[in-house]
Design a protein around this ligand. Structure first.
Ligand SMILES: NC(=O)c1ccc[n+]([C@@H]2O[C@H](COP(=O)([O-])OP(=O)(O)OC[C@H]3O[C@@H](n4cnc5c(N)ncnc54)[C@H](OP(=O)(O)O)[C@@H]3O)[C@@H](O)[C@H]2O)c1
Length: 274
């Protein structure tokens, strides 16, 4: 949104579970307008759902597999497609000079490197977890580690629904990386995860991960710091994916007035709003 505009026109890239949750969340916010949707298939059911969410006639919102024209209709894009689309999305936003919020998780190193390069030219906010609570938890973890100093072991426990394939979750790994950074450690060399559970106690400095897959749990993460005589647990739980949609929309509003650069949810919360 330009500073003088009242409505931010948003392109939703990927019309899956998260894309549709975004459309639903947008319907409750007068400052946002669903401008266009990038989808591989233009099904009548999707068109009907979009019309319900947006309050517009079904034909008024562009659903297209032509990314350039979808971006053309919007001020900013939010990508909840899948990692295989990321290169194409980055190319297109660069050509269109449109800011981009990326919520896709499971990106490999090459994709993250490409995001960093494109963010030199356009504003990009990329985060594997769009909830504000996780951004706060991440900050609390850094603060706790810095305050407690040496002599504390660290574990991260996460529970998700039984359909989730990756483990540990992207969010658990992100929290682990923050913890390691706060201790001046190389995360990859202190990370300890064994799918069947940790079979030996953690060595000093290691970060242990425990993963549970249960029912339909949308996501729980607990960071535990403990010594022989005390234990600190920092826990975050979500009750549905709406929280990620609301976070992504708040990120889009914040990002629309930023200069080029690579941002994360913690910047939205903790950077001075200049
Ligand atoms: N950052 C966060 O807070 C957060 C929260 C939840 C989920 N996520 C991540 O967000 C992503 C999407 O999650 P989801 O649950 O919405 O997945 P999903 O239901 O599988 O939806 C993904 C959508 O992307 C579309 N898509 C994939 N490749 C495409 C391409 N090349 N061109 C156009 N459309 C393409 C798919 O289209 P088709 O239907 O045609 O295949 C599908 O509609 C995942 O990476 C997930 O891990 C992140």
């Amino acid at each position: 949104m330009g500073k003088d505009q009242e409505t931010l026109n948003i392109a939703v890239l990927g019309a899956g579970r998260m894309g549709q949750e975004l459309m639903r969340a947008m319907a409750d916010n007068d400052e946002l307008r669903l401008a266009a949707v990038w989808a591989r298939k233009k099904s009548p059911a999707l068109q009907q759902r979009m019309a319900e969410f947006s309050g517009a006639a079904a034909g008024e919102i562009e659903i297209s597999n032509d990314l350039a024209s979808v971006l053309d209709a919007a001020d900013i894009a939010i990508d909840f497609s899948l990692p295989e689309a990321t290169h194409k999305v980055l190319d297109a936003v660069l050509a269109a000079a449109k800011p981009l919020v990326i919520g896709v998780s499971g990106l490999d190193r090459a994709a993250v490197d490409e995001i960093e390069v494109v963010a030199r030219t356009i504003p990009i906010l990329y985060d594997r977890n769009m909830s504000l609570g996780i951004a706060v938890l991440d900050s609390l973890v850094r603060q706790a580690v810095a305050s407690l100093g040496a002599g504390f072991e660290a574990e991260i426990h996460e529970t998700h629904h039984k359909h989730k394939l990756d483990a540990p979750s992207g969010t658990a790994l992100k929290l682990g990386a923050s913890l390691a950074e706060a201790r001046n450690q190389d995360f990859e060399s202190v990370k300890r995860y064994e799918p069947a559970g940790l079979k030996r106690p953690l060595a000093p400095g290691e970060i242990g991960f425990e993963v549970s897959r249960e029912g339909e749990v949308p996501g729980e993460h607990t960071v535990i710091l403990y010594s022989e005589s005390e234990r600190l647990e920092l826990k975050h739980a979500v009750s549905g994916r709406r929280v990620f949609a609301d976070g992504a929309l708040r990120a889009a509003q914040w990002l629309s007035n930023r200069p080029p650069g690579l941002y994360a949810m913690r910047d939205l919360l903790f950077q001075a709003d200049t």
